[in-house]
Design a protein around this ligand. Structure first.
Ligand code: ATP
Ligand code: MG
Length: 566
């Protein structure tokens, strides 16, 4: 844990683990797991679960397994497995050699299914999916027993074996647990344990044509790995009686399932299925598009693992659903970037400025702090010359009342440099567009203060035109215009709420010369503008591409002070 990260706050799962250590419930062991299904890239919600599971293991000198819950061959791919490993590692966690796959346990799971059949606790059902649904009943109506429920054990064993042998087409038979069709908990109404799927699996190939359902795989995998605390999200609370029933019926080691509320973030979609849709429909450039809430997207955008871990710790762990303001995630990010990022000047929308009284061909090297928050990061030299660029937004020909930046006849400070005063505005005679400004500078104000104590109301960033490095800068905003992307009228979907301005590309930016040597992934604060990160895919020496990670404006700090976000 780095210094920027917060000390652990207690939460109910931590308390349960502490208590279990005290009573010796699991022989003083803490062994958790993170169980992704490899059917998509991980997102910030998964990061919460990763930090929780690996974090508890680290905190209590335990272990955390990485387990791929790969029981559905149709939606799973090795590409996802690789991305998941990369993301967990990048977040700062290590599973040593404990990389497991539910598919590695298929043989064991099969023999446990056989055991349940032999003890009269499971049967092969010939009803099809629709019939099973009809027979299941509803919350207010008890279920009905399948006519195949009372099949003799020997017949069940024979049919289950033939299911495995590939004798039957998909969907014609399933293996079900024999529990209670009138249970108030629908998950206990003879849940399906195995289905027939003639599909190739990304690991087991064509070895299997029957696959265990999540509910039959998960708890048994936990048991095999001797997990102590099986932490999952709230939607599994109603599955816990089944989790417990299966382990008890099989008479095997019994971990404890604990549920917590999943992370929801404002302006953010958190469903893998919908994120996949964004990728497939090319609404974003890929899973790692910097606007995506995926860990790979956040990484490419410039997020740090420290900021994400800190966020995960500070939002806490609760038993009831809520939505976290995305401004809080950005707040955690700024706190971290503020300390670690070196500063530089970059002009995103350049406006040419000619300093009329500055000698032609003269260049001065001015000293600038690399990080005013951390003087150990030293200083650098910034060249100053007769022709500069400033930000178009920093000049107004006809300034409104509270606009204190440059205007005709007005004097401002150029950061680390001199006072300049605008004397003339040159425009394109046809379009009226401003082409360049003419200014004078005060040589006595070198370094940014004038000896006569004259005050200016604004300090602008700038770059020397002759020395500047060109770059493309990509500005990002939320992918959705509504806090709840799913808030749509009947018949519409989240695509209705896509933000048309979520990406703005600025192709002609001008940067301080020392940025010519940045490396992909490097994070820098552009003074007055925000934190930026060199794009890891598209940036090349000589044609640099930067992503804006986050602006400097902290809406969360304002919310905390009791103000509104806007
Ligand atoms: P799916 O619908 O594909 O199951 P999922 O988001 O649940 O989607 P999993 O791969 O099953 O994806 O998730 C792995 C683990 O991450 C699970 O333990 C799950 O509970 C947890 N998880 C998923 N989404 C969140 C979230 N938003 N907040 C916290 N934990 C989450
Ligand atoms: Mg899941």
């Amino acid at each position: 844990m780095s210094k920027t990260e917060s000390a652990p706050v207690s939460h109910f799962i931590r308390s349960i683990v502490r208590e279990d250590l005290k009573t010796g419930k699991f022989d003083q062991r803490v062994h958790t797991r993170f169980p992704p299904e490899p059917n998509g890239y991980l997102h910030i919600g998964h990061a919460k679960s990763i930090c929780l599971n690996f974090g508890l293991a680290n905190e209590f000198a335990g272990k955390c397994n990485l387990r791929f819950d790969d029981t559905n061959p149709i939606k799973e791919e090795s590409e996802y497995v690789e991305s998941i490993k990369e993301d967990v590692r990048w977040l700062g966690f290590d599973w040593d050699n404990r990389e497991y796959y539910a598919s590695d346990y298929f043989e064991q799971l099969y023999s446990w299914a056989v055991q349940l059949i032999k003890s009269g606790k499971a049967y092969v059902d010939d009803l099809n999916a629709d019939q099973i649904r009809d027979y299941r009943g509803t919350l207010t109506k008890p279920g009905q027993q399948s006519p195949y429920r009372s099949r003799p054990v020997a017949e069940n064993l024979d049919l289950f074996e033939r299911m495995r042998a590939g004798e039957f087409p998909d969907g014609t038979r399933v293996l079900r647990a024999k529990i209670d069709m009138s249970s108030p908990n629908i998950n206990m109404r003879d849940p399906v344990l195995y289905r027939i799927l003639h599909a190739s699996h990304h690991r087991s190939g064509d070895k299997w044509c029957i696959y265990p359902m999540y509910d039959f795989a998960h708890g048994q995998c936990d048991s095999i790995e001797r997990i102590t605390h099986s932490i999952c999200t709230l939607e599994f609370e109603d599955h816990r009686p089944l989790y417990d029933w299966l382990l008890d019926e099989l008479g095997i080691y019994h971990p404890q399932q604990i549920e917590f509320a999943r992370l929801n973030l404002s302006y953010t979609l958190m469903s893998k299925r919908k994120l996949l849709q964004l990728v497939q429909e090319k609404i974003v450039s890929g899973w790692d598009d910097p606007r995506m809430p995926t860990i790979s997207g956040l990484r490419r955008r410039g997020y740090t693992p420290e900021a994400i871990r800190d966020f995960a710790e500070r939002i806490g762990v609760a038993k009831s659903e809520s939505t976290v303001d995305i401004a809080f995630l950005e707040h955690c990010l700024r706190e971290d970037l503020n300390k670690r990022s070196r500063r530089a000047m970059a002009v995103l929308k350049p406006l040419k400025v000619v300093i009329d009284n500055y000698p032609e061909n003269q260049v001065e090297e001015l000293e600038a702090y690399n990080n005013p928050e951390d003087l150990n990061m030293g200083t650098r030299k910034v060249p100053f010359s007769k022709i500069l660029f400033i930000e178009q937004d920093d000049f107004r020909e006809d300034p409104p009342k509270k606009f204190f930046r440059l205007a005709p006849g007005r004097e401002v400070r150029l950061r680390y440099a001199f006072f300049i005063k605008c004397t003339d505005v040159i425009k394109n005679p046809v379009t009226g567009q401003i082409r360049e400004l003419h200014c004078t500078y005060d040589p006595a104000s070198r370094g940014g203060e004038s000896p006569d104590g004259r005050k200016v109301k604004a300090t602008l960033h700038w770059v020397s035109a002759a020395h500047a490095v060109p770059a493309e800068v990509r500005l990002y905003d939320n992918l959705f215009t509504k806090s709840d992307p799913e808030d749509v009228a009947a018949g519409e979907d989240f695509r209705k709420n896509l933000n048309p301005d979520s990406l703005q590309i600025l192709p002609d930016c001008q940067l301080e010369p020392h940025l010519a040597t940045v490396i992909p992934g490097e994070r820098i604060q552009f003074e007055r503008l925000g934190y930026f990160c060199v794009d890891t895919k598209d940036s090349r020496p000589g044609s640099l591409v930067f992503n804006r990670t986050v602006t400097l404006k902290d809406t969360w700090a304002r919310i905390e002070k009791g103000g509104s976000a806007e």
